[in-house]
Design a protein around this ligand. Structure first.
Ligand code: CMC
Length: 425
């Protein structure tokens, strides 16, 4: 129990213990008892829910999905096994895996009518803009999976979302370059299928490079979930009103798009191009430290990690593997990134603020080397994170304590104003 003293009154606040990580002060009765709200813009000290899905220890560089270290999952699992784990709490056995894979494969096609939506977008539309629109539009198609209080329907909506996302993403790309849209193939793995829909042509056979498939599998595992980040919290908040699941995931895509979140992978690459050569690094480091300059070192810093992001360490390794496979070990962008990282890690500004490379720092270099266009980087993140969003949405809906999310505010606006007519203002 914690004690809160306000004036001559003392209030008892329960302290709740998690399985690991900081304990939390239970303030649910605070307003009722004291008439006060707490104030925490950006939620730096607020646990918005309890969850059993993902755990991060930002000081010790730990990331676990359902208790499994990210390193072990990335090394040994397929993306769909990890998806099953996040959704169901345990890795699948052989039969469960077969059944789950079959569900995903059989829901990968989208309604033909949905394909016409793409014609409504300009060819130069950012694929994330298309994703927001098309994924939101799924809510107008699948009426048999929107009773969120029916477990079976929730499951069906989950399969549909995870299965269709690579198809929707690949179509956003093929539409932008005027290529024929390629249907999914049931004989391919989730990741191979995505690459085939992105890069194959109906007129030719396509075989994805095994090293690149394995790398993408790992990259998607690294991006599959990250507890209550901005996009996941958005999905939870949207879903807390009982909204349509497809629309909720679309809201997550919107939040992910921002450069402070998933959009950072695209921004890192733009930044490296802008820096251009090693001799210009000091100039950009100086700009990143200048409070009058809005420039930030993209791919650096994290709200939770105050140490090396464990995903960035794996991503760096993947980067070497992919570049070696493709015979481009001396990629100038990679050399620039390594130098930039070293200079930043030795700089007191970054050291004092505990700013380390995050997952996005190296991902752009790998994805670019794999032939993924820059504007598709965040889309790929969205495809992988859909699993996490869906897992959190399901956890929330099936929680008996669930209520609509409704934060309060500290009002600082006008008071006591009275109407004056248009001509007297
Ligand atoms: N470059 C320069 N300074 C930085 C950076 C950066 N990348 N990140 C944080 N800072 C400084 C910031 O100016 C502040 O300094 P001071 O204390 O002097 O005011 C201090 O470090 C703390 O930063 P903050 O903005 O209060 O931290 P936050 O937790 O609100 O923001 C962040 C976290 C990730 C948005 C931020 O570090 C950032 O903008 N990084 C660059 C964008 C990026 O790489 N985003 C991807 C995050 S990981 C993937 C994901 O979440 O999708």
């Amino acid at each position: 129990m914690a004690q809160l003293i306000i004036g001559d009154k003392t209030y008892e606040l329960p302290i709740l213990e998690g399985k690991c990580g900081p304990n939390v002060l239970d303030i649910r009765k605070l307003y009722e008892q004291t008439g006060l709200f707490t104030y925490d813009p950006g939620f730096t000290s607020t646990a918005s829910c309890d969850s059993k899905i993902t755990f991060i220890d930002g000081e010790l560089s730990v990331l676990m999905y359902r208790g499994y270290p990210i390193q072990e999952l990335a090394e040994n699992c397929s993306f769909l096994e990890v998806a099953y784990l996040l959704l169901n709490g345990e890795l699948p056995n052989l039969d469960q895996k077969k059944e789950f894979d079959t569900h995903i494969v059989h829901h990968s096609l989208v309604h033909e009518q949905l394909i016409h939506f793409y014609q409504g977008f300009r060819r130069d539309a950012h694929p994330m803009a298309i994703m927001v629109g098309v994924v939101g539009a799924l809510s107008a198609f699948y009426h048999d999976s929107v009773d969120i209080y029916d477990h079976k329907q929730r499951e069906l909506a989950s399969y549909r979302l995870i299965a269709k996302m690579p198809n929707i993403a690949a179509m956003a790309y093929t539409y932008s370059i005027g290529r024929p849209m390629v249907y999914p193939r049931n004989d391919l793995s989730y990741v191979e299928n995505f690459l085939s829909m992105m890069f194959s042509l109906p007129s030719e056979p396509y075989k994805a490079n095994k090293v690149l498939v394995d790398a993408l599998e790992k990259i998607m595992i690294l991006h599959a979930d990250h507890e209550q980040n901005a996009s996941t919290s958005t999905v939870r908040l949207a879903g807390s009103s009982g909204a349509n699941p497809f629309a909720c995931i679309s809201s997550g895509i919107t939040a992910l798009w921002g450069p402070a979140h998933g959009g950072a992978n695209e921004e890192v690459l733009k930044m490296l191009h802008m820096i251009g050569s090693k001799d210009r690094i000091p100039e950009f480091i100086a700009r990143a430290k200048d409070k009058n300059d809005s420039f930030r070192l993209m791919g650096f810093g994290h709200r939770v990690y105050k140490n090396y992001d464990p995903r960035a360490a794996i991503m760096r390794q993947i980067c070497y593997e992919v570049l070696t496979e493709l015979g481009i070990e001396d990629d100038p962008l990679l050399q620039l990134a390594i130098e930039l990282e070293q200079i930043a890690l030795d700089d007191p500004y970054f050291v004092e603020r505990k700013l380390y490379p995050n997952v996005d720092f190296y991902s752009g270099i790998v994805l670019r080397a794999m032939g993924i266009p820059v504007t598709m980087f965040t889309v790929l993140f969205a495809v992988a994170r859909t699993v996490g969003w869906v897992a959190h949405w399901r956890e929330m809906i099936s929680d008996p304590k669930q209520r609509i999310g409704r934060p309060r505010q500290l009002y600082l606006g006008n008071t006591s104003k009275h109407f004056t007519s248009l001509y007297d203002r």
